[in-house]
Design a protein. Structure first.
Ligand code: NAG
Ligand code: NAG
Ligand code: NAG
Ligand code: NAG
Ligand code: NAG
Length: 351
């Protein structure tokens, strides 16, 4: 440090400062190093008028070495969170050149964990919950990214504006408004220093979300069920919900020939023609109640009596028209023998 002050004073005194010929090249140009690890950097002067070179650093320097155009800084073990080595050169005309080496000293987090989960319990659909992720002893926090996963997707990314270069504890908060479909989904957080590769990320244990929500019908609309003779009727009232919903049915009249399936969510009517009317299914759990209406009607064309009636009417009309035609023809040709009339009638009867 002392040397640095002298050096600055020297620049001020000589009145000569950094000029265009002052070109110092670092290899590598910047350093990212884990706390406690080693690194080495080569600094070379691009001027052919170089008189001497040196490295100045808080814990180790090289001093001025005359007659060299490149000089290497070797640090065995980084033991400070903030280091700013500087490479300098002196040219033969007394020009002083100085370049800082950017160094990032890092430490990956000791732990990443979700906290205060015990206070959370099951979540209620539509309410907001604040989740907390604690990242212990990470440096530098300004380069920390926290990813919140819901299912397998990143749903929130957090960053920090932390001036300290030494390790700190950080907490990230994520607001969740659960939907019914989120029941059973896992939420976790992940911390990563963003200059490190994917492999260096650290994840919290996942938290499995339980969402309480009112019943939702699988098929939401009211249904009109048209039945033909002999068919069974299936009224499907199945709904999702947490806790599991209970079903109750309201029937137009007491019915003997019916079953319910195991969950009560389907009503099966046999002998369909006896049961037209309005059926109501009520589904409820601790978070709500939903009602679905079924209208059961008979298919008109499927009634055997009606079909036969229509058929007979059609036949009757055909016969009538045919009879008229035959009669008309006979009248025009002036054939009035009762035989031919009888034949016509016979033909009608036979057809
Ligand atoms: C430093 O760089 C210079 C110029 O690229 C090269 O000549 C020299 O050998 C290097 N020194 C070390 C120790 O890598
Ligand atoms: C760390 O973060 C700062 C501020 O966002 C950024 O300028 C710097 O380049 C980052 N360091 C590295 C090594 O990526
Ligand atoms: C971070 O938290 C741990 C545990 O609570 C504590 O021991 C440590 O001192 C904290 N570190 C900082 C930098 O505050
Ligand atoms: C909600 O999720 C829990 C945990 O995965 C599961 O046991 C339960 O059956 C689910 N409930 C519903 C209604 O999806
Ligand atoms: C079902 O019918 C009832 C009563 O007619 C009505 O209040 C309700 O809005 C209908 N629901 C749907 C989803 O159409």
């Amino acid at each position: 440090m002392m040397w640095l002050f002298l050096f600055s004073g020297l620049i001020a005194h000589t009145g000569k400062s950094v000029s265009a010929s002052c070109q110092l090249q670092m290899n590598p140009p910047s350093v990212v190093v884990r706390y406690g690890d080693s690194f080495s950097v080569n600094c070379s002067s691009l001027s052919n008028q170089t008189f001497g070179m040196g490295w100045e650093s808080t814990d180790s320097g090289t001093g001025l070495r005359k007659g060299v155009s490149s000089i290497t800084l070797d640090i065995d073990a980084v033991k400070k969170w903030m280091i700013e080595p500087q490479c300098y050169s002196t040219l033969s005309d007394d020009t002083q050149c100085l370049t800082n080496l950017p160094v990032t000293v890092y430490k990956t987090p000791d732990s990443v964990s979700l906290s205060q989960l015990s206070e959370m319990g099951p979540m209620v659909e539509g309410r907001m919950y604040r989740m907390q992720c604690d990242i212990a002893e990470v440096a530098p926090a300004k380069n920390l990214s926290v990813y919140w996963y819901k299912g397998n997707e990143i749903s929130f990314t957090d960053a920090f504006s932390e001036p300290s270069a030494s390790p700190v504890n950080k907490s990230s908060f994520y607001n969740v408004i659960p939907k019914s479909g989120d029941n059973g989904t896992q939420i976790w957080c992940e911390a990563k220093l963003n200059f490190l590769p994917q492999g260096s990320r650290k994840q919290s244990k996942p938290y499995e979300v339980i969402v309480l929500y009112p019943p939702i019908f699988d098929k939401p609309a009211n249904e009109t069920v048209v039945v033909s003779a002999g068919e069974k009727i299936l009224l499907n009232c199945a709904a999702k919900g947490n806790p599991l919903p209970k079903y109750s049915w309201h029937l137009p009249k007491p019915i003997q020939q019916m079953h319910k399936n195991r969950n009560d969510n389907q009503l099966i009517l046999t002998q369909s023609l006896q049961f037209p009317g309005n059926y109501t299914c009520t589904v409820s759990n601790t978070h709500g109640t939903k009602v679905k209406y079924f209208t059961v009607t008979e298919a008109p064309s499927s009634h055997p009596g009606t079909t036969a009636g229509i058929l007979m009417a059609v036949i009757f009309v055909s016969f009538f028209i045919l009879g008229c035609v035959v009669y008309h023809k006979q009248k025009n040709s002036s054939v009035t023998s009762p035989e031919s009339l009888n034949r016509g009638a016979e033909r009608l009867n036979v057809t």
